[in-house]
Design a protein around this ligand. Structure first.
Ligand code: HEC
Length: 308
């Protein structure tokens, strides 16, 4: 009884729906004409608005857009150039670390990435870290261990600003993730110092750099040919150092990249095999259905009238 009522209800409602739907898409109905007019008007207004307020790149506000450089790790299956990370750390340590921290990188993260454990332990031990309190309640200094972060020069933000004309050198741990076009932007910034062109005014203490939003940056050019000496004999040109330090900074931002790409490749291989297998199994299972032939043989004694 209930089920019959329910089925009647559904029949009635589906009928209603189909008649309404029929009315809505009937080109002659008012609803159709009305919605078409509304769509046209809406898109017209949209196009007008977009042309009134175009989203144009503004070099003064956003800086010159950096080219995208072919970093090895930026390719689909590319992983980090670890020799470059090692050289990049050297550039960071000898030049950038004078102003910039990279606090999210711990010494132990460098182990087996660009250095051996012994090398990293020795590097960490060269810096002093505050520890304690000891039995007398005093804080004391101890040499760095693998668990410590890379040391920062300044005790706090105010000290950092005070030493840099009020500008804050940002922590570089995540810098390639924190800027549009990441690694390529930082590379362009480091190699993008030019003489101030005629007609451009750069405030005292700032340096002309078209890639930095506003075109003037507080950071002076820090990379000059031959300013570091690489232990592996790579010629230390400014662009080579910029490439190496950017690779190091990109590794600091995305230390999981190598692993992620390796696992991604494995997954692609395994899933391609599984897909091929499932296609094969599907064909194998359905071959008897797909090759089945239906044939109709009309009765031979057909006289034009259907049989009773
Ligand atoms: C003498 C100090 C000093 C040195 C050395 C230095 N920087 Fe800077 N850096 C700064 C200051 C100050 C700023 C902030 C600039 C500003 O806001 O105008 C800055 C900003 C930056 C920025 C951020 C730019 C942005 O888009 O906000 C990056 C990236 C950077 N530095 C990378 C480096 C790298 C890599 C090195 C080493 C090769 C380095 N810096 C060496 C002082 C320094």
């Amino acid at each position: 009884m209930f089920s019959r009522k329910a089925s009647d209800f559904f029949k009635a409602s589906s009928k209603l729906f189909s008649t309404q739907a029929g009315a809505r898409f009937n080109p002659k109905s008012n609803v159709f004409i009305g919605s078409a007019a509304a769509t046209l008007l809406g898109s017209g207004l949209g196009i007008y608005y977009l042309n009134k307020n175009p989203a144009k790149a503004n070099m003064i506000d956003e800086g010159l857009h950096s080219p995208t450089y072919p970093f090895q790790h930026a390719k689909t299956f590319g992983i980090f150039d670890h020799a470059s990370i090692r050289r990049g750390y050297q550039v960071y340590r000898e030049i950038c670390a004078a102003c910039h921290s990279a606090e999210l990188v711990k010494w132990r993260n460098l182990v087996d990435v660009a250095f051996t454990e012994e090398e990293v332990k020795a590097m960490a031990a060269e810096f002093e870290y505050q520890a304690g309190p000891d039995d007398n309640g005093e804080m004391f200094m101890r040499p760095g261990i693998l668990a410590d972060p890379l040391p920062s020069v300044y005790a706090n933000e105010e000290a950092a600003r005070a030493s840099n004309n009020g500008a804050l050198p940002p922590d570089l741990s995540l810098i390639t993730k924190a800027r549009h076009n990441g690694a390529s932007y930082v590379f362009s910034l480091l190699t993008g110092y030019y003489d101030t062109p005629a007609g451009v005014n750069v405030r005292e203490g700032l340096h002309f750099n078209p890639y930095f939003p506003g075109g003037a940056i507080s950071m002076a050019q820090s990379l000059y040919d031959g300013i570091v000496e690489y232990e592996d004999g790579t010629p230390a040109t400014a662009s080579q150092m910029a490439k190496d330090v950017v690779t190091f900074l990109n590794w600091a931002s995305e230390p999981e990249l190598d692993d992620r790409k390796r696992k991604g490749t494995q997954i692609l291989i395994v899933f391609s095999i599984l897909t091929a297998l499932s296609v094969w199994i599907k064909r194998h299972r359905t071959v008897s259905l797909k090759t089945r032939k239906f044939a109709y043989f009309p009765p031979t004694n057909w006289n034009g009238k259907p049989k009773a």
